[in-house]
Design a protein around this ligand. Structure first.
Ligand code: PXP
Length: 239
């Protein structure tokens, strides 16, 4: 199982003062050096954290893959097409939310996605859709011709009861259904050292994308140490 490190919140802290420090680019360099498998950034409509300049630098200087999270809008799709982006995850976006609060509403976005996703796919851009663990979503993902999903793990991460957890069951179930339909699976949102333990036991999830916890924990223990600890945890898959 691979680890994508989302560095958005390094930019959040930088932007709080409008200067250059702390640098998300330095964070990307440290993540790469520490063994992260990819860098994840979300270019939000309001540019509250990552900005275009950060993405340009990462594309030029970081060797591990970049996954760009973008909202289903014409501007963002054109941005991906015109800026040599190799991998995108389509995520929902609301101006007033603090974070990406749930998966994409595929029914609501079906028309836009069915018209515009081929523009990305035909350019050779790898596309995944950020979805809640609801089996019906797989039917629509297939209709859209998309070959990968990222499961939104927020409901599981926010829930208290870790044993017999209904949200965990849903994640396991949608992973199975996706794999049976030749759809690749990654997962993320709200994961930390504790709740990730159940997720890493699920066979078939290829990659976890983790941001807020890693960056927050890095304040106390350093980014490299936190990434190494997460990578080690992901290797052990303890019962
Ligand atoms: N994956 C996707 C598609 C996301 O949008 C986010 C956060 O916005 C994450 C993973 C990481 O979530 P977190 O910051 O809670 O670890």
């Amino acid at each position: 199982m691979k680890l994508g490190v989302n560095i958005d919140h390094v930019a959040t802290i930088r932007n709080a003062r409008g200067g250059k420090h702390p640098s998300p680019i330095k964070a990307a360099e440290i993540a790469e050096k520490s063994g992260a498998n990819s860098i994840v950034v979300h270019l939000r409509e309001d540019r509250r954290h990552i900005k275009e300049k950060d993405i340009q630098y990462i594309i030029k200087n970081i060797k591990i893959p970049l996954q760009l999270e973008i909202a289903p809008t014409k501007f963002m799709f054109n941005y991906a097409i015109n800026n040599n982006i190799k991998k995108v995850c389509i995520v929902p976006e609301k101006r007033k939310e603090l974070t990406t609060e749930g998966g994409l509403d595929l029914n609501k976005n079906f028309k836009f996605l069915s018209t515009n996703l081929p523009k990305l796919i035909n350019k050779g851009i790898e596309v995944s859709l950020f979805v809640d663990p609801i089996p019906d979503n797989i039917v629509i993902v297939k209709k859209l011709g998309v070959k990968a999903i990222e499961i939104h793990t927020g409901s599981y991460a926010n829930s208290q009861n870790r044993k017999n957890n209904i949200h965990l069951k849903k994640i396991k179930n949608i992973t199975k259904i996706a794999l049976n339909n030749q759809i690749r699976v990654s997962a993320g949102h709200g994961l930390n050292f504790d709740n990730v333990k159940n997720i890493i036991k699920i066979t078939g999830i290829e990659e976890l994308n983790i941001g807020h916890f890693i960056i927050g924990e890095a304040i106390f223990y350093g980014l490299e140490n936190v990434i190494l600890k997460m990578l080690n945890l992901m290797k052990t898959k303890k019962k």
